[in-house]
Design a protein around this ligand. Structure first.
Ligand code: GLC
Ligand code: GLC
Length: 808
């Protein structure tokens, strides 16, 4: 069942009912100011850091589920309603939400009044714009009151939810004309404030929540709205809000537009005050003036759309499959941008107060983002590397505001360092910018202890080699990619973290997954050594890689598939010898991606086992059989009920590893089949089962052992976005930047018989026209009409236009 449709021409998903199976959200903002907005206008915004600079308050896991946002209420002769449906839930004659790239429009109609609101964050500004258009579609003149309403968070979102003995007394506002200023804590240590403005005279306002809503009411029946009259309350402590009321008269067919601006402003420390106790509002006025007319809004929206047109033109597909086109051209890169910006911090499943940026997550997010804005990827790589320790290990997470490593979680996740090499390689392949390798980058953010970025990569590589176990396989540490496989942390006490409670520093628990990673990613390190003329070092690296391959073949294969690990006691994990958890997806993906066992058929056998044991109609599960009891020696993985999360859920993040692996052994059809099972546009029809947004990937879909098989959770912020983009664009459609040229190697089966890809890379344009029979191992290519040997197109000069004909 569907709850809307794709409007590809406008790059929008159009939701046609407020009653979706879950709040379906969008993100606004792409630089410093970010917002989450649901199809019912729920959500919040923040400046840079969702924990420390939260502007709107939002209550997670609330009842009803999605209350708190930017609401507009209409009061007309005793009838009151919200065009976003929530929170009043009065019946609407029409409803439509259009989520576009960086903007959302919500339209609601009742009794011949139509209210259409455009929400977006203009490029280069720190504000949400809410442009409200009210139209009288009836044949009588109408008099009504429009109320706005938002609730401020007292900046630190964690404190805001916990420290009531303090924060019930700190709230402060100023009201001047049609602008409400939120200045809690501005008197002392903060030099930032927020404001909510409307470009019209107001009939009244409220800034004290209790006065506006009524102590025993909900947002569905604020007493000021119910009565149709603002109280002009001025908050002092408790919960500051901002609400304007506007008295509006509309003749039949008349429309009026109002522009609301929810802004964030920082003042220099010595320019905080206009006079004692009165904030300096000059920067706020500048912001307000930038968006006071409809023309200004229109040109800011056009600029935003053009910005996206530019970004998306880097990789564009034309094929006969419109679902594939819309994922590759619009929604997948869009989600990649959002995950790059947010990491795992703020979504409807991540509260924005917990995790910072993940070392491994951010490096992987970059893989799907680097072609969009390479300069930002470069900056991110340096930030991440700065949280590495001198021995090559790394903080598992860091805070975006301070860019410092997070001590609570610490380090010891032994896959982390390798992801930095993969991120760096992707950046260099995309840009050809080897200068990054020579940048001076600190360890643990200590400027007194720096080394070149290349040296950081080297330490990443050798961190694996210096930490091998009894089978010459990499030690796992607290966990590898699978955060929940905790082989050294034996937790039997509630309330402690499975990952950080204890680390036995055992030197037995080994990961075949990290071994696969090492082989797949290690070759990038060796290639970079060569590029720098360090041939000796490259040779040595290759010897380590060969030895690792051998170690996997010697001790990492279980007969029909790759083993997952050896535990603290040296026992096998992910083996047919185990009663449960006999086969894990991760090593099947990465070992085959690394080419291990391809020549002797072991790779193919492993992928056949995946098909046989892990594949379901909704995607590939992580393990099989699921664990039915808690295993102290395995950790969190066995704590989840069967079928959920790492315990045999369909973890969409590693499904594309299997797709890529299938292309490595030339099975494009199978790869594309797996792709279609989890890719949102293809499962739009089962939205009532899937439940999360049909335009973005979710982290997890419940597996076959779960009661709610097929139901997704944790949409938006997941490495799934980047990896699926890599799998489809670079391996199935098969256009991938390498160090010395663009590699063209489609492998998608014959279903997509013809397609054209336009790719911008290093300043040149490539148009690649593919005739795809699905039968050639190596495609035959003509470049500007001339046949070439092999399938690597040497990079053209900036400004050049290259036409490639490819038979695959
Ligand atoms: C979550 C984490 C990611 C981890 C994955 C598997 O998505 O963000 O770092 O690799 O779970 O445990
Ligand atoms: C994994 C899980 C995530 C959990 C984390 C730490 O990343 O996917 O849900 O919070 O491990 O336990």
């Amino acid at each position: 069942m569907r709850f809307g449709y794709f409007d590809d021409a406008n790059r929008e998903y159009v939701i046609t009912t407020p009653n979706t199976p879950y709040p379906w959200i969008n993100y606004l903002g792409s630089e410093n100011f970010f917002s989450l907005i649901s199809h019912q206008a729920g959500g919040y915004c923040f400046y840079r850091d969702p924990r420390f600079r939260r502007i709107l308050r939002y209550r997670y896991n609330n009842v009803p589920t999605d209350v708190g946002g930017r609401y507009f209420y209409i009061h007309e002769n005793g009838d009151y309603w919200t065009p976003s449906y929530m929170p009043v839930k009065a019946e609407l004659d029409a409803f439509e939400c259009r989520h576009g790239l960086g903007y959302t429009r919500i339209m609601g109609k009742r009794n011949g009044l139509k209210v259409d609101t455009l929400y977006f964050v203009p490029l280069g500004h720190t504000a949400e714009v809410h442009q409200v258009t009210v139209t009288n579609e009836s044949d009588q003149a109408r008099d009504f009151t429009l109320f706005s309403s938002i609730e401020f968070c007292l900046w630190n979102a964690y404190d805001d939810m916990t420290n009531y003995q303090r924060n019930f007394s700190t709230g402060e506002v100023e009201v001047e004309g049609s602008t409400i200023y939120h200045k809690t804590e501005y008197r002392e240590r903060r030099n930032h404030f927020a404001f909510y403005h409307v470009n019209a005279p107001v009939a009244g306002f409220d800034t004290d929540r209790e006065t506006f809503v009524g102590l025993y009411n909900g947002m569905s029946e604020p007493s000021a709205v119910v009565e149709g009259k603002s109280r002009n309350s001025v908050a002092s402590g408790w919960s500051p809000i901002a609400s304007h009321s506007l008295a509006i008269t509309l003749q039949p067919n008349e429309a009026k537009t109002f522009i609301f601006i929810l802004g964030y402003v920082e003042n220099p420390k010595d320019e905080k005050w206009e006079q004692p106790g009165v904030i300096n509002k000059s920067r706020a006025s500048t912001l307000i003036q930038a968006f006071s007319s409809d023309d200004q809004i229109e040109s800011a929206l056009t600029a935003l759309k053009d910005y996206w047109t530019g970004l998306l033109s880097t990789y564009a597909l034309q094929s006969s499959d419109e679902k594939l086109n819309r994922m590759v051209n619009i929604w997948n890169p869009y989600q990649c941008m959002v995950t790059f910006n947010m990491s795992r911090s703020a979504s409807y499943f991540e509260t924005g107060i917990g995790r910072g940026m993940g070392f491994r997550d951010s490096n992987q997010d970059l893989l799907g983002f680097v072609h969009l804005v390479p300069e930002r990827a470069r900056e991110r790589l340096i930030d991440i590397a700065s949280t590495q320790f001198p021995d090559g290990s790394a903080y598992h997470q860091y805070q975006p505001l301070t860019k410092r490593g997070n001590n609570e979680v610490g380090s010891g996740f032994n896959d982390d360092p390798l992801w930095l090499i993969l991120g760096a390689a992707a950046y260099i392949k995309e840009t050809g910018d080897y200068s990054i390798l020579h940048e001076d980058v600190p360890f643990d953010n200590d400027p007194a202890n720096c080394a070149t970025f290349f040296e950081h990569l080297k330490r990443s590589f050798y961190h694996v080699i210096e930490n091998l176990g009894p089978h010459n396989l990499p030690l796992i540490g607290r966990a590898d990619w699978n955060d929940c496989l905790n082989l050294n942390c034996f937790s039997d006490t509630p309330d402690e973290s499975y990952q950080t409670t204890e680390n036995r520093h055992g030197r037995t628990a080994e990961s075949i997954f990290i071994a696969g990673m090492f082989v797949f990613i290690g070759v990038e390190y060796a290639a970079l050594c060569e590029k720098l003329g360090r041939n000796q070092e490259a040779q040595t690296a290759i010897r380590h890689i060969e030895a690792m391959k051998q170690a996997v073949l010697d001790s990492g294969y279980d007969g029909e598939w790759f083993l997952r690990a050896y535990d603290f006691f040296g026992e096998k994990v992910g083996s047919h010898e185990n009663a449960e958890g006999q086969i894990y997806i991760e090593p099947q993906g990465f070992c085959v991606m690394a080419g291990i066992g391809v020549e002797n058929g072991l790779a193919e056998k492993a992928l056949n086992s995946v098909k046989e044991r892990l594949d379901t109609k909704y995607g590939i599960v992580l393990i099989n059989p699921a664990y039915t009891t808690y295993h102290l020696e395995l950790g969190e993985i066995s704590s989840y009920p069967p079928g959920y999360k790492e315990n045999a859920g369909i973890f969409c993040h590693n499904n594309p590893w299997i797709m890529i692996a299938e292309t490595v052994i030339g099975r494009g059809e199978q790869a594309f089949d797996y792709y279609k099972k989890i890719t949102p546009a293809y499962i739009e029809d089962i939205s009532e089962i899937h439940r999360t947004e049909p335009y973005v990937y979710s982290q997890m879909i419940a597996g076959k052992d779960a009661v709610r098989h097929g139901e997704a959770k944790n949409s938006w912020l997941t490495g799934t976005a980047a990896w699926n983009f890599v799998a489809i664009s670079q391996y199935m459609l098969g256009v991938r930047p390498e160090y010395d040229g663009l590699l063209v190697k489609p492998c998608i089966g014959s279903e997509i018989a013809e397609f054209t890809i336009t790719r911008k890379c290093r300043g040149a344009d490539y148009v690649i026209k593919v005739k795809n029979t699905g039968s050639r191992k190596i495609p035959t290519l003509k470049v500007n009409g001339t046949p070439i040997e092999g399938n690597l197109i040497p990079y053209a000069g900036a400004g050049e236009h290259v036409v490639i004909e490819c038979e695959a």
